[in-house]
Design a protein around this ligand. Structure first.
Ligand SMILES: [Zn+2]
Length: 168
């Protein structure tokens, strides 16, 4: 069955790369993706026809509001967040199978309450993963994680820990 992926702001912020063409979001999301990288990703996906921006009717927003009234999340969900969830409710109502792509805990919690499937970008390993490496600030020599000294055995400079990208 075809899955409709719904992308929230964190999907863009965390650099989600869709593997299918079936991606949706709401217009209000642009208020939450103001940084250059996220906005570029959003614009590119729209230009490539991989992201469809869809309006949600108030009917579904109200459904979300009433579902989360008791959880307390109603106060923490932004308007775009609520509309993202409402879009998932709308698609579900239309008999579509949905998967919301979000790293936002409040959104995930609400989706859990409403029985809507979701995936986390970072947990799924879709995002690049990072590791730490020991490196000399002087000669740039790299050391194993278990190298026991604070200074370089070549030039004597300090060794620092650096975050490096690991290609999966
Ligand atoms: Zn060195």
């Amino acid at each position: 069955m075809e899955i409709y992926y719904i992308l929230d702001a964190s999907a863009f912020i965390n650099g989600y790369r869709p593997s299918s063409e079936n991606n949706y979001t709401v217009p209000e999301i642009t208020a939450e993706i103001k940084d250059f990288q996220s906005r570029l990703l959003y614009d590119n996906l729209v230009d490539e026809g991989k992201l469809i921006v869809k309006q949600v009717s108030d009917k579904y927003i109200n459904k979300v509001d009433s579902a989360i009234l008791k959880s307390g999340d109603i106060l923490r969900l932004s308007t775009p967040d609520k509309r993202i969830i409402a879009l998932a409710v709308m698609f579900s109502d239309e008999g579509k199978s949905v998967n919301v792509i979000s790293d936002d805990y409040t959104i995930q919690n609400t989706l859990k309450i409403m029985n809507i499937p979701f995936s986390s970008i970072i947990m799924d390993g879709i995002k690049e993963i990072y590791n730490w490496k020991k490196i000399c600030v002087g000669c740039k020599k790299e050391f194993q994680e278990d190298y026991p000294f604070d200074d370089c055995d070549v030039c004597g400079s300090d060794i620092i820990k650096k975050r490096i990208k690991v290609n999966k």
